[in-house]
Design a protein around this ligand. Structure first.
Ligand code: SF4
Length: 204
């Protein structure tokens, strides 16, 4: 896809924020640009920075395992992060960095046009629904500008706190049905920025 290649090229040369100074490689995203499902994590870590691919370290193994559990391969979905360059020492991305990088993420969302956006962790959830708590909202799908946003814990969180793993597994298990439901929605059903709670999809 020509336009996608252009986004990747722009990211590769980007110096919009200070994360460009210490990166080894940019990490634009990976997977199918024709997928109905986009996963958005937080930021590249050491392995991602080395390989130029998202979710290839320990957290990536968790993501790959969970995808396999619902019959999906990484190549069946699109995977990216809020910021495309590794923050030093794997610190959290700062708001200015997220803001600077949002141009690329917004372009990816517009181009790939996923029906379902799975947010992994609090940073990507906050892009769509700021001020909400991931521990309260995870597993609850909401409509946002014609797409379903489905918040989950970040796979890395389950490595630090294995008690979160069952919740992440539950949320993955529900994903195929949610995707089928949102694909079946009439176009005008999904036009609000945020569907009021009483009109939200009824799976949960
Ligand atoms: S994190 Fe994003 S905005 Fe910052 S330098 Fe990398 S590509 Fe550019």
């Amino acid at each position: 896809m020509k336009d996608y290649d252009e986004i990747v090229k722009q990211i590769a040369g980007c110096t919009l924020c200070a994360l460009s100074e210490r990166r080894n490689r940019t990490v634009p995203g990976d997977g199918s640009v024709n997928s109905e499902i986009m996963f958005i994590g937080e930021a590249p870590g050491y392995n991602e920075d080395q390989q130029g691919l998202p979710f290839v370290g320990a957290a990536g193994n968790v993501l790959t395992e969970l995808l396999a559990g619902i019959g999906l391969r990484r190549a069946d979905v699109y995977i990216t992060n809020m910021v495309k360059c590794r923050p030093p020492n794997n610190r959290d991305p700062m708001s200015g960095e997220i803001e600077a990088c949002s141009t690329y993420l917004d372009a990816q969302i517009a181009l790939i046009d996923p029906k379902v956006i799975v947010t992994l962790g609090r940073y990507s959830f906050a892009k769509f629904f700021p001020g909400r708590t991931i521990s309260r909202e995870r597993g609850k799908p909401r409509m946002w500008r014609g797409r379903m946003v489905y918040p989950m814990y970040h796979p890395a969180a389950t490595l630090h706190n294995p008690r979160l793993r069952p919740a992440l597994e539950d949320d993955f298990r529900n994903l195929p049905q949610l995707v089928a439901e949102v694909i079946a929605l009439p176009d005008d059903t999904a036009s609000e920025d945020e569907t009021p709670p009483e009109q939200q999809m009824s799976l949960f």
